[in-house]
Design a binder for this molecule. Structure first.
Ligand code: NAD
Length: 293
């Protein structure tokens, strides 16, 4: 078994981004700026946003954190989105999800200018992705393709089984890997909560991608010998030793599967760090006006 080390790959990308940033500044181009809107004080959302801001700082990008109270009205949040759409200093921005229940996430996503939608969630970017046009790829699927590429994992002609069909992970990664692209050309099966005989399907996977949100859902008996296993899940569970503390685990039973798989991503330290890099790379593309000249 080989470990797919997302932290190490993220560090490599950060180093190359620092060089690219140096070249940008040498050419008197402005420093890329990422903004993030954080509504309320959900601890997981706070941690994700802080991590994104910290990574910007590490590389030398500018960042702007807009913190808003959990009782902000939908109309006021939409005004903040509009402000960032019109702020020429901001190249790209994200609205950290989930939003409080009284706010319609679809409405907010639709309000983001696709040119600044570095999370790649806007239907314009999603549609462009599906048609193979230049776009901001959704950050997590983007990160997964970067990992597969970095480890020279062949996808062409392989059977990829994706479990989970969310708009931000399962559905876009299944589209990306089935397209005629460098990390693509795979035969993809998209499985979900209504899939029958899931075991039989996952056992056929050369590459198995789990994005479900249930700790340890994918067990050893669901994985083919030598399969590549990509665990997207991030689940907080109680620590085994009854210490009252919690820990992060994936959707895959890592210990049960690690010796059966050829490659496997750990949680934490696998897909997570690469999601942030996907976002940062989209921000650089936004600053360079690569997608929307
Ligand atoms: P989601 O929570 O929106 O949906 C879960 C999906 O799992 C659904 O499509 C559902 O059909 C499927 N599912 C649920 N029960 C199932 C079952 N019994 N059998 C088969 N499929 C089933 O999904 P999401 O937002 O993609 O999140 C999935 C996991 O990935 C979560 O743990 C989340 O925290 C994590 N996540 C991680 C990153 C990262 O950067 N690593 C990014 C996004 C999400």
């Amino acid at each position: 078994m080989k470990l797919i080390d997302g932290r190490a790959v993220a560090e490599e990308i950060k180093s190359s981004l620092k060089i690219e940033l140096f070249e940008l500044t040498q050419n008197n181009q402005r420093i890329p700026t990422l903004a993030a809107i954080l509504v309320g004080d959900n601890p997981a959302s706070k941690a994700y946003v802080n991590n994104k801001v910290k990574t910007c700082k590490e590389i030398g990008f500018n960042s702007l954190l807009v913190k808003l109270p959990s009782d902000i009205s939908e109309a006021d949040l939409l005004k903040e989105v509009e402000r960032l759409n019109n702020n020429a200093e901001v190249d790209g921005f994200i609205v950290q999800l989930p939003l409080p229940k009284h706010i319609d996430e679809v409405k907010v996503t639709l309000a983001i200018d696709p040119k600044k939608d570095v999370d790649g969630f806007h239907p314009i970017n999603f549609g462009r992705m599906a048609q193979g046009l230049p776009c901001y790829l959704p950050a997590t699927p983007y990160g997964i393709t970067l990992l597969l590429k970095r480890y020279n994992i062949e996808t062409a002609g392989k059977h990829v089984v994706v479990v989970g069909r969310s708009n931000i992970v399962g559905t876009p990664i299944s589209i990306l890997l089935s397209r005629k692209t460098e990390v693509g050309d795979a035969t993809v099966t998209l499985a979900h909560s209504r899939t029958k005989n899931l075991h039989e399907i996952t056992l056929q996977a050369d590459i198995l991608i789990a994005a479900i949100g249930i700790p340890g859902f994918i067990t050893e008996d669901m994985v083919k010998e030598g399969a590549v296993v990509v665990d997207v899940g991030i689940n907080r569970v109680e620590d085994d030793e009854n210490t009252g503390k919690s820990k992060l685990v994936g959707d895959v039973d890592f210990d049960g599967i690690k010796n059966k798989s050829s490659y496997i991503t750990p949680v934490p330290g696998g897909v997570g760090p690469m999601t942030v890099m996907g976002l940062i790379m989209n921000t650089l593309k936004a600053a360079k006006k690569e997608i929307y000249p």
